[in-house]
Design a protein around this ligand. Structure first.
Ligand SMILES: Cc1ncc(C[n+]2csc(CCOP(=O)(O)OP(=O)(O)O)c2C)c(N)n1
Length: 327
């Protein structure tokens, strides 16, 4: 892997393409939701792409990721195919969770993506446990846990910070602070809205980073992941970001103004990174058009795959409700 602080052309374009894949996939999901092809809940990550992309670049394939219900981007950049993700959103049998999980429960043991978790804060003790297992078995793997700032109001956040630091576990906590937990503004619910200070109060090494800037995210994540892998204990990064879309597809967004959303859109991670690429002469129009085309084709193919995929037969409806008989 090349030096990540001085991106060469290929590497810079790779980061851009990864963010674009997440964005275009989710725009298509929103469209398919309106067409009632995707049902249930759907929480979009649009506006936050720089975080999943910037952090995941520092990971090895055998590192683990735990995320929340806003995890489409994490699953995609961890290496899962867009086909199996789209099929899962459609509820089809060839989806990554056999169509039984849907948007909030993407999972792949092979890619070590341990959810997709609908319970706010639910992934934090899970990630802590995965890291404990790695430490006890002497493996140099890292577990990264993504969660929203709403999770810091849960007791399990505090229990996990305490134990991760006390036991010096190989885990990186990434708090995606988009300022709103559904309709609850951070400043109205937390006496200390600088989330990284909460982790610091447990003795954990923590920092705050601009989550709209993929280069900043990547730099911070690389240094944190390297330290965790060296056995220097857990790290915590608070990433300041914003979701452009509503909390989920059912949200009238009465808690924030259009002006506020517009102001954050001006800091768009893709548009600003593209400006940087153009300024540094790292991309030309032809390359940009090629990348756009490749991504559009990937999304179209994923939709086609999901459309043509099979539903689980009704006879299997109760399968996996109880564990199956062993031979
Ligand atoms: C334990 C629990 N309590 C409440 C809810 C309902 N709920 C779903 S999303 C959400 C807000 C979480 O916000 P945040 O953690 O900041 O994540 P974001 O949606 O901003 O990414 C709440 C309260 C839940 N799913 N789980």
């Amino acid at each position: 892997m090349s030096d990540q602080t001085t991106p060469d052309r290929e590497r810079a374009l790779h980061l851009f393409k990864q963010m674009l894949r997440v964005r275009r996939m989710e725009e298509k999901c929103a469209e398919m939701y309106s067409a009632q092809k995707i049902r249930g809940f759907l929480h979009l990550y649009i506006g936050e792409e720089a975080i999943a992309v910037g952090v995941m670049e520092s990971l090895r394939d055998d590192d683990a990721v735990v995320a929340t219900y806003r995890e489409h981007g994490h699953a995609l950049v961890k290496g899962m195919s867009m086909n199996c993700l789209m099929a899962e959103m459609y509820g089809k049998m060839s989806g990554c969770s056999r169509g039984r999980g849907g948007s909030m429960h993407l999972f792949s043991k092979k890619h070590r993506l341990y959810g997709g978790n609908a319970i706010v804060g639910g992934g934090i003790p899970l990630a802590t446990g995965l890291a404990l297992a790695d430490k006890m078995q002497g493996r140099d793997r890292v577990t990264v846990c993504f969660f929203g700032e709403g999770a810091v109001a849960e007791g399990e956040f505090h229990e996990s910070m305490n134990l991760a630091e006390l036991w010096n576990l190989p885990v990186l906590f990434c708090c995606e602070n988009n300022l709103y937990a559904m309709g609850t503004a951070l400043d109205r619910s937390e006496s200390q809205p600088d989330i990284h200070l909460k982790a610091a109060s447990y003795g954990m090494h923590s920092s705050q980073v601009d989550g709209m800037n993929v280069r900043e995210v990547e730099k911070a994540a690389k240094s944190a992941v390297d330290a965790v892998r060296r056995g220097e204990g857990p790290r915590f990064i608070e990433l300041r970001t914003f979701r452009y879309r509503a909390h989920s597809m059912f949200d009238a967004e009465l808690y924030r103004t259009k002006t506020e959303v517009q102001q954050w859109r001006e800091r768009d991670p893709l548009a600003n990174y593209l400006d940087y690429l153009e300024r540094e002469d790292l991309v030309d129009d032809d390359e940009l058009a090629r990348i756009e085309q490749e991504v559009i084709e990937e999304v179209e193919q994923a939709v086609e795959y999901a459309e043509n995929a099979d539903w689980e037969p009704v006879e299997e409806l109760t399968r996996f409700v109880y564990s199956e008989e062993k031979e």
